[in-house]
Design a protein around this ligand. Structure first.
Ligand SMILES: Cc1cc2nc3c(=O)[nH]c(=O)nc-3n(C[C@H](O)[C@H](O)[C@H](O)COP(=O)(O)OP(=O)(O)OC[C@H]3O[C@@H](n4cnc5c(N)ncnc54)[C@H](O)[C@@H]3O)c2cc1C
Length: 557
């Protein structure tokens, strides 16, 4: 149990995409009416498709009645801290204190440099951010600030106005040194999205913050704990984040409040908002319509894309960009993400990407530990739309699995036949990355690696040609595919021989460290090798009251 004694608060992330601000504003107004506490806006000003965070927050404040706003989080490397404090104090003064200030050391050094900022990394970044936070806090108290360090030169600034209510300075951080700064000097910790910092990684980070707070003579309860939560309230359709019914959300957030110590949750919807109706005036003029189509085919990069990829493009500013830009381990900012749905589209995407001269990443499940399935400023070819599992030969139990499937989906598709494929230990890992690398998991001792059971691999090679490699055709490529496959080309699909496996049991031994060793009775039951969705209904966004009551109620148990 971790309880820092703060009331539970809820907020929603409002997308700063310029292309559809009307939807963002409508969602913000709905959140205000529904009783949520915060409108949070991310800050990536180097993305041409995004609005400026301060301008947007100011507009949202003016368009709503009671809800507070919070930059989530503002990039300090692009703004002098005294100006950040001035803007926050001004907004707080004009809007009755309806603001908290989320700040961070910057997400993309490349983006900072592109805008003329001085990108700082490592210890430099930590020292700069540490000082910047202190400057902001002093300025919000209306003090005179004078500082001359390698990072800041402030010659004597009389800060003001002092906000009518204290503006909390919340810090986005995830690595030890910045967590220490957060504990020492902030009013709140903004934990990155749950898809980047998973719940089981939170306790260690909370402990680091608590230790730093105590070391600075503070009570750890002075630091609020904010979790950015990406996901879908509705059935599992693939993708990452928290996905499930309202009940599932309530019980999960309850666990995260009562067990992990979070008091504030910011919801990042991982679905497309409703798109506005197409502009028929543009359709009416064929020349303008043609120009519009050409523009749509060019990504952020000016990349000329063939027509078959027209509806397969995600750019910065699109709602899905936030979910697709990064990998399980690495935050990234690609210029464009392509989501082909078949082999021809993969070949077209690869040809267009090669022609651009930009970095290219190939992604299946995005769980690669190296983070190479995304990049900064380049092109990502994401195969997640290609996830079909077909039976090729029922007698020989040979199945064809597309690379974008996840192992949970494969397990769910094969379970009714009593078949399974030796893969990993985590249902969200993608087929493409694991089956081209090795694949070692729960079944490895009895059934070997995933690559031991591959009978053929379909590739798109670097020059765009398609090849099926098996022991008789392209045997060397087939050999390379099973272990070094991501160096051979883009694997589209694998033919794999499944094993007949039924009645799997799973046992768990629980040890309570404070009471000495003891064995709980093992839990035995049917085991699906991963997670499969069973819900059939989409659920509306639960109101703040509903969530808060439920979280409080369950948290007390
Ligand atoms: C939580 C977690 C649990 C894990 N558990 C296991 C485990 O139990 N057993 C195990 O063996 N591994 C495990 N791994 C490691 C994982 O299998 C590898 O990192 C694997 O490469 C991830 O595959 P992916 O498709 O999800 O990754 P991605 O990030 O999409 O890709 C990983 C790499 O493969 C390349 N690649 C992806 N798709 C293709 C394709 N279709 N064609 C060519 N290249 C491609 C990418 O470019 C990248 O270099 C785990 C990883 C995580 C994060």
């Amino acid at each position: 149990m971790a309880d820092y004694g703060h009331p539970v608060r809820f907020g929603i992330s409002i997308d700063p995409g310029a292309a559809d601000f009307a939807s963002a504003l409508s969602l913000a107004r709905q959140a205000d009416r529904s009783g949520l506490d915060y409108l949070a806006v991310q800050d990536h000003p180097y993305q041409p498709g995004y609005l400026d965070v301060w301008t947007m927050l100011t507009y949202l404040i003016a368009q709503t009645g009671r809800i507070s706003v919070v930059p989530d989080v503002i990039d300090l490397q692009l703004r002098p801290p005294a100006i950040v404090a001035k803007a926050a104090a001004s907004l707080a003064t004009m809007a009755g204190g309806r603001i908290q200030l989320g700040v961070g050391g910057g997400a993309s050094a490349q983006g900072v440099a592109a805008m003329g900022g001085l990108p700082r990394r490592g210890d430099d970044m930590v020292a700069f951010t540490d000082e910047a936070i202190q400057i902001i806090r002093q300025a919000l108290r209306g003090e005179v600030i004078q500082l001359s360090t390698p990072q800041h030169r402030i010659a004597g600034y009389q800060a003001g106005p002092v906000p009518p209510r204290p503006v909390g300075v919340w810090v986005g951080s995830q690595k030890p040194k910045m967590l220490a700064v957060t504990g020492r000097a902030s009013d709140g910790w903004v934990c990155p999205l749950n898809i980047y910092v998973a719940p089981d990684e939170v306790p260690g980070r909370q402990a680091a913050i608590d230790e730093a707070a105590r070391g600075a003579g503070r009570d750890p309860r002075e630091v609020r704990r904010v979790y950015n939560v990406s996901g879908v309230i509705g059935p599992y359709m693939g993708g990452r984040g928290l996905v499930g019914t309202v009940d599932h959300w309530v019980s999960t957030l309850t666990e995260w409040a009562a067990g992990l110590g979070f008091d504030t949750f910011i919801f990042w919807p991982a679905t497309d908002p409703p798109r506005p109706a197409p502009d028929l005036r543009v359709r009416g003029d064929p020349r303008r319509a043609h120009a519009g189509r050409q523009a749509a085919r060019r990504g952020m990069t000016g990349l000329p894309l063939p027509g078959i990829l027209r509806n397969r493009v995600v750019r910065p500013g699109d709602r899905r960009y936030e979910v697709l830009r990064s990998t399980y381990t690495t935050i990234a900012s690609p210029a464009i993400i392509l989501l082909p749905e078949n082999a021809d589209e993969v070949a077209a995407a690869l040809t267009a990407a090669r022609g651009s001269g930009l970095p290219i990443s190939v992604r299946s499940g995005g769980h690669g530990l190296s983070g190479r399935s995304s990049n900064d400023g380049g092109i990502v070819i994401d195969l997640s739309a290609m996830r079909t599992v077909d039976i090729v030969d029922a007698d020989a139990r040979v199945v064809r699995v597309e690379a974008g499937a996840r192992w949970a989906g494969v397990a769910a598709a094969l379970a009714p036949r009593g078949w399974a494929i030796s893969s990993g230990d985590h249902g969200n890992v993608g087929v493409g990355g694991l089956a081209t690398a090795g694949g070692i998991g729960w079944l490895a001792r009895s059934y070997g690696l995933t690559i031991d059971h591959i009978r053929a691999v379909e590739f798109v090679l670097a020059d765009g040609t398609r090849v099926r490699a098996d022991p008789d055709h392209e045997p060397e490529l087939f050999w390379a595919a099973r272990g070094a496959g991501d160096s051979a080309g883009i694997a589209l699909a694998f033919e794999i021989e499944a094993a007949p496996i039924r009645n799997i049991g799973i046992a768990q031994i629980v040890v309570e460290a404070d009471r000495g060793w003891r064995h709980d009775p093992p839990m035995v039951g049917a085991h699906g090798a991963g997670r499969a969705g069973t819900d059939n209904h989409r659920h509306p966004l639960p109101g703040r009251g509903q969530l808060r009551r439920a979280v409080h109620r369950r948290g007390r148990r």
